[in-house]
Design a protein around this ligand. Structure first.
Ligand SMILES: Nc1ncnc2c1ncn2[C@@H]1O[C@H](COP(=O)(O)OP(=O)(O)OP(=O)(O)O)[C@@H](O)[C@H]1O
Length: 259
C-alpha cells in the first residue's frame, strides 16, 4: 500500500529487506519491506511468534537486525552506535504492553523520564528539569485524563491509568514515530478501546505516525487506517481495513475452523 511521504519528501520510516535471525540460519523476519507514511495508525497483526515484536524492536534497535535497512526520515539506523544511536532513539517513542513505568517514581517523574536524553544527566539526577518540560508534562497529563495524578506513585495506578501515563511519556519526547507493542493486551475491553481512542487522538493531533502491534483484529480494523498482516516472518497482507477479508485472515492466521 502506498505510504504518503512525510515532511521533506521522505516517509518517516522505510524498511528494506529486514532479516532477523536470533539463531543463525533460522530467520524470524524474512526480508520485510515496509514504508510507514506521515500519519495515522498502521496496525500489524499476525499469530503469536510470527515476529511482530521483533519487527518493532528492530526499528528502535532494542533488537539488532541481522540484515537490511531501516531509515528514519532518510537516516539509516542500522549502522548507528553510541551517541548517534541514542539521538536517533529519542526520535522514536515506544509504548509497551506492560507499561514499563518506574514503579516507585511518581507519575510526573515517569513523564519527565521521557525527556531523558534531552536533559543533561546531572539535571535529571538532581531532578531539576526545565520549567517548559514540567509544563508540558502537566499538559500531557491533562490530555490523557489524569490531571490530578502528578504526585501519585506509578505502582498505585490501574492498568488503564498506567497505559495513559505510558502514552504521555512517549509523547513527552516529541517523537517523529511511535511504536506501540500490544499496548492494550493487559486491559479490559472497554479500557482497551478508551486507551486506543486516546492514542489515536493524541498522535493524530501531534501528526505522529504509529506502528501498532495488536492481536485484536476488530480493534485493528476500528483504529488503523492501514493493516499489515504477517505470517511466519513475512508480510502477507498490506491494505486498508476495508480490504481485509476472510481469505486474508486465513492466510495470516492459518486454518479456518476459528473463522
Ligand atoms: N530474544 C530472543 N531470542 C531467541 N528467540 C527469540 C527472542 N525473541 C523472540 N524470539 C523468537 O522469535 C519469534 C518471534 O517472536 P516475536 O515475539 O517477535 O513474535 P510476536 O509475533 O510478537 O509474538 P506475540 O504475538 O506472541 O508477542 C518467536 O519464535 C520467538 O520465540
Amino acid at each position: 500500500m502506498a505510504a504518503p511521504p512525510g515532511a521533506g519528501g521522505r516517509p518517516p520510516l522505510e524498511i528494506r529487506g529486514l532479516v532477523k535471525e536470533y539463531v543463525p540460519g533460522t530467520p524470524v523476519l524474512r526480508g520485510i519491506d515496509l514504508e510507514i507514511g506521515a500519519e495515522g495508525i498502521t496496525a500489524v497483526i499476525g499469530p503469536s511468534g510470527t515476529g511482530k515484536s521483533t519487527l518493532l524492536r528492530c526499528i528502535n534497535r532494542l533488537v539488532e537486525p541481522t540484515r537490511g535497512e531501516i531509515r528514519l526520515r532518510g537516516e539509516e539506523l542500522t549502522r548507528l552506535s553510541g551517541k548517534a544511536l541514542r539521538l536517533a532513539r529519542r526520535r522514536i517513542g515506544m509504548v509497551f504492553q506492560e507499561y514499563n513505568l518506574v514503579e516507585r517514581l511518581s507519575v510526573m517523574e515517569n513523564l519527565l523520564c521521557g525527556r531523558l536524553g534531552y536533559v543533561p544527566l546531572w539535571r535529571a539526577w538532581l531532578r531539576r528539569y526545565p520549567a517548559e518540560d514540567i509544563a508540558r508534562a502537566f499538559a500531557l497529563l491533562d490530555a490523557v485524563g489524569l490531571p490530578d495524578y502528578a504526585t501519585r506513585r506509578a505502582d498505585a495506578l490501574s492498568g488503564g491509568q498506567r497505559q495513559r501515563v505510558g502514552i504521555a511519556r512517549a509523547l513527552m519526547q516529541r517523537p517523529e514515530l511511535l511504536l506501540a507493542d500490544e499496548p492494550t493486551s493487559s486491559l479490559d475491553p472497554k479500557t482497551a478501546v478508551e486507551v486506543l481512542e486516546l492514542l489515536a487522538r493524541l498522535t493524530g493531533e501531534a501528526g505522529v505516525p504509529v506502528v501498532l502491534n495488536i492481536h485484536n483484529v476488530e480493534l485493528a480494523r476500528r483504529f488503523a487506517r492501514r493493516i499489515v498482516g504477517m505470517s511466519q516472518g513475512a508480510i502477507v497482507f498490506d491494505g486498508p481495513p476495508e480490504a481485509l477479508e476472510t481469505a486474508h485472515l486465513r492466510a495470516i492466521y492459518g486454518g479456518e475452523d476459528w473463522l
